[in-house]
Design a binder for this molecule. Structure first.
Ligand SMILES: Nc1ncnc2c1ncn2[C@@H]1O[C@H](COP(=O)(O)OP(=O)(O)O)[C@@H](O)[C@H]1O
Ligand SMILES: [Mg+2]
Length: 466
């Protein structure tokens, strides 16, 4: 806007003070068709040039500034009244003051509030009242990083869609090892397994964990070549059975099988660390090292990690599974080994806090209690989510985004897997190494078969080009 006024000033100054052109001629030219050419001539002859500049530049500028000020004032008043309805006050009677309202793209507005002595949580607690007061959807409330007395309220006129179809968004699957995360107010989001490393999917039953989980796996399989998938599904494989048709997928359906999968991956991880040490590399690169990325995906991980009413043997199995998953979460990143856990219960006993701290990316669907939301996200955003299937909070580092995740139904998954068999099954498989050999859990079988197959695995599949 200021650029516009700047250009206008230069132009009008040239017209008024310029040697050949002057305002009188211009006004005569514009005015003559309307029969007002004489006014232009009179103006040129009688009005000093300074006054002409005042009339033709400064008056419109002042008018615009005044109008702009009035508009801003009315907007601030409107938001202030809306905020006053919430009745937020300090014990000393100080109430929050709206200082600025900025229009953003995508029908969003940022409202800056000067709130001395008022906790940001008291704004969040009044989400419903705030939305009805502002007549908009609340996206976020946070303290501004530069000033702890300022609170930033983000509202939007637009609601997220309640259904996002995988097929409509699959064109976003471009780079290797990426998958779809979902639609946010800021646009569509994808994630890169190499950047996030591990992921936790949490939320109450029926929120959409398994659907999200499966579409993420389809995404990773579609975009990647050198990938091995180890799936654990203790619901006897019902959720993931469809993936079993792929040669680069191993499905574990019971606790002993799950533990042997985890142990085989842990052994492979140790082997990869020795390899990295020998070569002096920082991390595995599939192309260079002739190794595949490995994804260990566990649905309903709590079923594996706490075995209720179980025997001594069952408890030992659970304990060991947890410890191994913990190790993979802690060390897997450099070894090209990724852990994806989905769980309904996130408490200390299911997903160890140590495992949690090593998982940077979280997708949390609606949870029933604030405490659960706090455990996963460290805030109550997941408890505040509307009851919409597939609506969740995507949290990476300190950024939380509300997303509507893509929906891929059972038929869609079956079709995708069918087309993936062409890529992964048979001689044309792009894998760099053989699938890991599984044994019975280590404690039950002292001679671990995996160790004996080490050479074999190390050499990779050299007949396949990268
Ligand atoms: N992204 C989504 N979009 C729309 N509906 C969904 C979505 N995800 C899940 N649903 C619906 O919710 C149901 C439960 O999803 P599911 O993934 O099995 O939940 P969970 O594993 O969390 O118990 C699905 O059968 C489906 O009808
Ligand atoms: Mg599920």
């Amino acid at each position: 806007m200021f650029l516009f006024w700047g250009i206008y000033l230069v132009w009008i100054a040239l017209v008024i003070f310029g040697p050949r052109w002057n305002l009188s001629i211009l006004l005569q030219f514009i005015g003559s068709p309307m029969g007002m050419g004489g006014f232009g001539a009179w103006m040129g002859a009688h009005v000093p040039r300074g006054l002409q500049l005042l009339v033709f530049f400064f008056l419109p500028l002042c008018g615009w500034l005044f109008g702009h000020g009035i508009r801003t004032w009315i907007t601030l008043k409107k938001y202030q009244r809306a905020l006053d309805h919430l009745g937020l006050k300090t014990p000393t009677g100080l109430s929050p003051k709206v200082v600025r309202a900025v229009e953003l793209e995508n029908k969003r507005r940022r409202i800056l509030v000067h709130a001395v002595g008022i906790d940001v949580a008291s704004f969040r607690d009044k989400k419903g009242a705030l939305e009805s007061s502002f007549n908009a959807i609340l996206q976020d409330v946070r303290v501004t990083p530069s000033n702890r007395q300022m609170i930033e309220i983000l509202v939007s006129d637009r609601e997220l869609p309640t259904l996002v179809r995988f097929d409509d968004r699959s064109e976003n699957l471009r780079n290797p090892y990426t998958f779809l995360v979902g639609e946010t107010m800021d646009g569509f989001v994808t994630a890169d397994l190499c950047e996030i490393h591990h992921m936790l999917v949490a939320g109450a039953t029926g929120g959409g964990k398994s659907v999200f989980f499966k579409q993420a796996l389809v995404g990773i399989l579609k975009t990647s070549k050198h990938i091995q998938l180890y799936l654990v599904d203790l619901k006897r494989g019902v959720e993931f059975k469809v993936f079993d048709a792929l040669d680069n997928v191993v499905l574990a359906k019971d606790e002993p099988a799950a533990l042997s999968v985890l142990q085989a991956v842990a052994v492979e991880m140790d082997r990869r660390f020795r390899f990295l040490e020998d070569k002096g590399f920082n991390e595995i690169s599939p192309e260079r090292d002739g190794l595949d990325r490995i994804v260990v995906a566990i649905d309903e991980a709590s079923e594996l990690f706490i075995l209720s009413n179980s025997s001594k043997e069952g408890k030992r199995l659970a304990q060991e599974a947890r410890e191994t998953a913990d190790k993979i979460a802690k060390l897997g990143r450099a070894a090209g080994i990724h852990l994806i856990l989905a769980t309904q219960k996130v408490v200390k006993e299911t997903i160890d806090t140590r495992v949690q701290t090593n998982i940077n990316a979280k997708m949390c669907f609606r949870v029933n209690t604030i405490a659960s939301s706090m455990t996963v996200l460290n805030n109550k955003k997941a408890a505040d989510l509307p009851k919409i299937n597939g609506r969740g909070i995507w949290s990476v580092g300190s950024t939380d985004l509300v997303v509507q995740v893509p929906y891929l139904d059972a038929e869609g998954i079956a079709e995708e897997v069918e087309s993936l068999t062409v890529k992964f099954n048979g001689d044309a498989s792009p894998l760099k190494q053989k699938m890991l050999e599984l044994t019975a859990p280590k404690n039950e079988q002292p001679n671990n078969l995996i160790v004996s197959s080490e050479e074999n695995v190390m050499s990779g599949k050299d007949e396949v080009e990268s």
